[in-house]
Design a protein around this ligand. Structure first.
Ligand SMILES: *Cc1c(COP(=O)(O)O)cnc(C)c1O
Length: 456
């Protein structure tokens, strides 16, 4: 066994904001740790890029070999306020020094209440709300389904093609893609029904017809094959995440909301990836003026600490009997302290607006790349949640091999980029909202070079 001593390094926003490569990627120390990892960690848990991180902050990740890489992934849309942000780290340290756990269900504390107040205030709609906190996105989605079933007395849950809602048993059933999320892990939870998603790029009638036509198909399917009266909830990502940053065709979500209201069905927005300023609004539902009955949150909520929430209409949330919701660690005080610091920072530093402004920069670069690359079939997304879909030129046939080649070239050049999509042919961009504009440009130039080198 090779031991690699990973000297703790101070991260956060004061780290030099630069791409600096001093070894091949991954370097020798990272590879030595990777060998240890392979002997100790289950191989079902994958890693996109096995550099071993010792510090991170702003828009960079620093590895054990001394390389500094540009972060265009934010740990999957988690460190929106930047990694190891100074104020988040200070709030975490102070809370950890005071107390680390009591279990909110036994003896409560203010941090949990403060996070619930923020969620009630910031999520769409000015109706009276309540929140409950959990540990992970999947757990929040599970609880949203529990609440919806309890509040409506109905069992069916409707989800969309290309959806991603997690990896627990119920959320695997809600998730669309088999490989790698579901294959071999069944049987899955019952009473989950899938309807067409408005995917503009791939809609047979074209992007303009997509929203209304997909809504008609989805509603028709619910009416005829599920029965509207059996449906507790329709669960949607207002912009699909793992599915490939698909922005639903215009009008699709409002039509589903209207249908829900008409039939006593709860409209549940899974804002786990889209939340906390990521898309240029606090929540992506706001882009089409949607007011969900329940909202699930996680990822960007707490600057990197595990925390998740369900927020919704008071009457629905309070329909559940006392003791029906909870968990040992849900709303852990250290995670809540991080969330309060994160939310205050997003507000104070105008990071929602920054996501919109930098999103325009990102969009312009991606559009320019697409203009002279026939293999880029679509550019889409909002704010700092945007993607390109790669296809065989002259067709809409997915080109996942080129995505793999582009990601590998970006990684080798010191830029952390992520793939996505049902067909594995999407490259998604999720930089921290605090990334410097110059660093974003440099990262995108590396992406442009990788695209040029793999051009079909
Ligand atoms: C990541 C994600 C989840 C699952 O969250 P975990 O914290 O990984 O359990 C659920 N829904 C969406 C939209 C996500 O992006």
């Amino acid at each position: 066994m090779t031991d690699v001593i990973t000297t703790p390094t101070v991260g956060g926003p004061t780290l030099p904001q630069e791409r600096r490569l001093v070894t091949a990627i991954p370097g020798p120390r990272s590879l030595a740790l990777h060998a240890r990892r392979q002997a100790a960690v289950a191989s079902g848990v994958s890693s996109t890029l096995p550099i071993q991180v010792v510090a991170a902050g702003g828009g960079v990740l620093v590895d054990v070999d001394g390389n500094s890489l540009i972060d265009l992934g934010s740990g999957i849309a988690v460190v929106n306020v930047g990694n190891a942000d100074t104020e988040v780290a200070a709030a975490v340290a102070a809370q950890a020094a005071a107390f680390t756990h009591t279990c909110f269900m036994i003896t409560p504390y203010e941090g949990y209440v403060a996070v619930a107040e923020h969620l009630n205030r910031l999520t769409p709609g000015d109706h009276e709300k309540r929140s409950a906190l959990f540990n992970s996105g999947a757990e929040a989605v599970e609880n949203a389904v529990k609440i919806a079933r309890h509040a409506t007395g109905r069992s069916a849950v409707v989800v969309l093609d290309h959806a991603y809602h997690g990896r627990t048993n119920l959320t695997m059933a809600l998730t669309a893609k088999s490989m790698p999320y579901k294959a071999g892990f069944g049987p899955f939870a019952p009473e989950v029904y899938r309807v067409p998603m408005a995917y503009p790029y791939r809609w047979p009638g074209g992007p303009d017809a997509c929203g209304p036509e997909a809504a008609t198909q989805a509603i028709d399917h619910i009416r005829t094959e599920i029965g509207a009266d059996n449906v507790a909830a329709i669960l949607v990502e207002p912009i699909q995440g793992e599915g490939g940053f698909i922005v639903p065709g215009e009008g699709y979500l409002p039509a589903l909301v209207d249908f829900c209201r008409e039939h006593g069905i709860l409209f549940v927005a899974d804002e786990i990836q889209t939340g906390f300023g990521r898309t240029g609004h606090w929540f992506a539902s706001e882009h089409e003026g949607i007011v969900p009955d329940l909202v699930t949150t996680a990822k960007g909520i707490a600057g990197g600490l595990p925390l998740a929430g369900v927020t919704g209409r008071a009457a629905l949330m309070d329909a559940v009997h006392v003791g029906g919701l909870g968990g040992t660690y849900g709303g852990n005080p250290v995670a809540c302290a991080a969330a309060v610091a994160t939310i205050e920072l997003i507000e104070r530093d105008g990071l929602v607006e920054r996501a919109a402004t930098l999103g325009d920069v990102l969009r312009a670069r991606l559009e320019a790349l697409a203009a002279d690359d026939p293999g880029i079939g679509d550019v889409r997304g909002r704010g700092l949640m945007q993607a390109i879909e790669l296809v065989v030129p002259g067709s809409t046939s997915p080109d996942p091999a080129r995505v793999r080649a582009v990601l590998a070239a970006c990684h080798a050049a010191g830029v952390v980029t992520l793939g996505a999509g049902t067909y594995g042919n999407v490259i998604r961009f999720l930089p921290p909202l605090v990334i410097g504009e110059d660093l974003l440009h440099e990262g995108l130039t590396v992406v442009a070079d990788a695209l040029a080198a793999t051009r079909p």
